[in-house]
Write a protein that binds this ligand. Structure first.
Ligand SMILES: *Cc1c(COP(=O)(O)O)cnc(C)c1O
Length: 366
C-alpha cells in the first residue's frame, strides 16, 4: 500500500460523526458568518495556546498581514525574518510596502539563528518574525530579549506549531502577536482555508477584530479601513470539533518522531535536533540527505511520498531578486534547502508503516 505524505481521509474516518454533527449544527442554525461557532472556537483556541485572545481569520496569511498592521509596520520599515520558511511569512511584509530582511538559520534546528539578528537591525527595523518551523519553536528567550532592547515587536509565525512548547510556554503565548494557519494539512486543519491571530493584549485583539471585518464594531459603522478576512463559521465549527483531539494527535506525532529517530539511531541519517527545553509537535519530520533526489526517487519507487520544505530559500526566490541577495549570503539555509527531506508523519500513521519507511530510507543510505 502506498504511503502518502499526509492522509486527511484517515483522520476524517476516525472522527466523522463529530465533524458531520458540527457542520449540520451550523447549517441548521444558518449561523454562517461569525456568531457563536466562531466566538466559541476563538475562546477554546486561546485557552489551548495559553493566551488571552484569539481572533479567527480566513487564512494564516491574513493573520500575518493583520499582525504587521497591529504592530504599526509601515511602508519603508524593515522586518527581520528567516530565509528558510514558506513564502507567506515574507510576502505579508512586502504587501505592506515594508522590506523583508532575511537572516540565516541555526543549521541544527532550521530555525532563525538569534545570533544573526542584531547585525541585521537598522534604524528602520520595526519587528521580528520568528517562525516555529516544522512545529519546533524558535529560540524565543534570546529573540524576545533582543526585541526588548531594541524596542521591536515580535510576531510568532506559529502556522506549523499548534501546541508546541518552549520552556513550558506554548507557541502563540510568547510574542506580541502570533499567527496560526489551519490549512488542511496543518496539525489542526480546517476543511478549506482558515487561520487565527492570538495575543495577550486586549487592545490589539480589539483592533484585529475590527480589521478582519471591514473596520467595524457595529453593523454599518466603519471606524477604520479594514479587510474581509473573517474566519468562516463552518470552518470554525469543524476546527472546534477537532480541537479536543489535538493534544492526543500531537502526542502521537511525537511518538512517531521518536520511533523514526530510534530506527535511524545506528545509521548516518541526520535526524531532527531538539534542545532539551523545547517540545516540538512535529508538523513535519525532516531528515537530511546528501543525495536527496536519489533518496526521494528510491522512496517514490516504493510507494512512499516525501516532501521538500523548502527547496528555494526566500532570499533567492525570483520574486525577491530586487532585494539584491545572492547565493552564498546564507550558507546554512542554502545547504538545508538542498538536503532536507520530509518523511510522512500524521497521527494515523501506524508503527508498521514507520518501520517500512525507515527500512526503505536505510536501504538507500546504508
Ligand atoms: C501554512 C503557513 C503559512 C500560511 O498559512 P495559510 O493558512 O496557508 O495562509 C504561513 N507561514 C508558514 C510557516 C506556514 O507553514
Amino acid at each position: 500500500m502506498p504511503i502518502p505524505l499526509v492522509d486527511l481521509k484517515a483522520q476524517y474516518a476516525a472522527i466523522q460523526p463529530e465533524i458531520d454533527a458540527a457542520i449540520q449544527r451550523v447549517i441548521a442554525n444558518t449561523s454562517f458568518i461569525l456568531g457563536k461557532p466562531v466566538a466559541q472556537f476563538e475562546s477554546d483556541f486561546a485557552a489551548f495556546c495559553h493566551a488571552r485572545h484569539c481572533v479567527g481569520t480566513d487564512s494564516g496569511t491574513a493573520a500575518l498581514h493583520l499582525a504587521l498592521l497591529l504592530c504599526d509596520v509601515k511602508p519603508g520599515d524593515e522586518v527581520i525574518t528567516t530565509t528558510h520558511t514558506f513564502i507567506a511569512t515574507a510576502e505579508v511584509i512586502s504587501i505592506i510596502g515594508a522590506r523583508p530582511i532575511f537572516v540565516d538559520i541555526d543549521p541544527r534546528t532550521y530555525n532563525l539563528d538569534p545570533n544573526q539578528i542584531e547585525r541585521a537591525i537598522t534604524p528602520h527595523t520595526r519587528a521580528l518574525i520568528p517562525v516555529h518551523l516544522y512545529g519546533q519553536p524558535a529560540e524565543m528567550d534570546p529573540i524576545l530579549e533582543i526585541a526588548r532592547r531594541h524596542r521591536l515587536r515580535v510576531i510568532e509565525d506559529a502556522a506549523q506549531a499548534h501546541g508546541a512548547e518552549y520552556r513550558g510556554r506554548r507557541a502563540g503565548s510568547m510574542g506580541d502577536v502570533a499567527c496560526f494557519s489551519f490549512y488542511p494539512g496543518k496539525n489542526l486543519g480546517a476543511y478549506g482555508d482558515a487561520g487565527a491571530l492570538v495575543t495577550n493584549d486586549a487592545e490589539l485583539a480589539d483592533r484585529a477584530r475590527m480589521l478582519r471585518d471591514h473596520g467595524r464594531r457595529a453593523k454599518y459603522e466603519h471606524l477604520i479601513v479594514g479587510y474581509g478576512y473573517r474566519l468562516d463559521a463552518l470552518q470554525a465549527a469543524i476546527l472546534g470539533a477537532k480541537l479536543p483531539h489535538l493534544d492526543a494527535w500531537n502526542a502521537r506525532r511525537r511518538a512517531i518522531a521518536a520511533y523514526y529517530t530510534e530506527l535511524f539511531s545506528n545509521s548516518d541519517i541526520v535526524t531532527p535536533y531538539v534542545p532539551p527545553h523545547i517540545a516540538p509537535v512535529y508538523h513535519l519530520y525532516v531528515i537530511r540527505a546528501r543525495n536527496r533526489e536519489g533518496l526521494r526517487a528510491h522512496l517514490k519507487a516504493r510507494g512512499i511520498e516525501t516532501g521538500i520544505h523548502y527547496p528555494i530559500p526566500l532570499h533567492l526566490q525570483p520574486v525577491y531578486a530586487a532585494l539584491g541577495y545572492k547565493p552564498g549570503d546564507f550558507p546554512h539555509a542554502e545547504q538545508a534547502a538542498r538536503e532536507v527531506l520530509s518523511l510522512p508523519i500524521y497521527p494515523e500513521l501506524t508503527d508498521a508503516q514507520v518501520e517500512q519507511i525507515a527500512q526503505s530510507v536505510k536501504e538507500f543510505c546504508g
